[in-house]
Design a binder for this molecule. Sequence first.
Ligand code: BEZ
Ligand code: FE
Length: 289
Amino acid sequence: MTTDATGTGVTEQALASLQGAADPRLRELLTGLVRHLHDFARETRLTQQEWERAIAFLTATGQACTDTRQEFILLSDVLGLSMLVETVHGHRAPGATESTVLGPFHMTESPVRALGDDIDLAAGGEPCVVSGRVLSEDGTPLAGAVVDVWQADDKGYYDVQQPGVQPAGNGRGLFTADSEGRFWFRTCVPAPYPIPTDGPVGGLLRATGRHPYRPAHIHFIATAEGHAPVTTHIFVAGGDYLDSDAVFAVKESLVQDFTETDDPSLAREFGVANPFRHARFDLVLECAA
Ligand code: BEZ
Ligand code: FE
């Protein structure tokens, strides 16, 4: 039974209804959610029409999800929620590689590749080499660490966005670090790209006057025994949108030079034409607690 125009009665009833939840964490989460949702509706004086509009938006967001598209993750990303959760829980030991958002395009397994392989299967973009080591916090090389890599092509699309246009697995690779923890692969210099704007999230960006672009980047997940995995990116230094990433995921330590390199013997070693662009990036993992 509700009694007052501010709705505190219904808030109390809704909160009380959750107290029987057997799982204390579920109780805590739902209690917080109800409290904040009710305060939000009270503060903004949310109208019935606006509530209906919000329900229609969330319904459309769910309907836009498929096996290869995750519009809800995208919504979380553009509202900064993904990066907030990441920031609150992503604390690392000093010197360990910082993490950033997973994003919605890691939905397919990366093909296993040999060190030095080219993941730009369409060979469309400016060639580059990415190399580095996977290390423990104290600098010990992590032999056998696994480095999962995925990136958009030089036009800014992931393979899963263009089935039949790009070969499956384009821009993806699962590499195993050598006995000295080293990894290296060939690819193309990534380009900035717009996140998908043909769904409800695109409508939200347009309604709020926001651009949809992400700065050029390559995604990584590094895993090694006895260590906490890290999900991260490297961003191309000097590129556009580093200061206005649509999903707020740039961290300064992750911005890396893709250096113009004129070194015929190194080019031969990596199997690329000289000169070439070269990004060097170590992945430093925290010891598992
Ligand atoms: C990505 O980098 O793949 C990404 C991250 C968040 C939203 C859209 C794309
Ligand atoms: Fe991406």
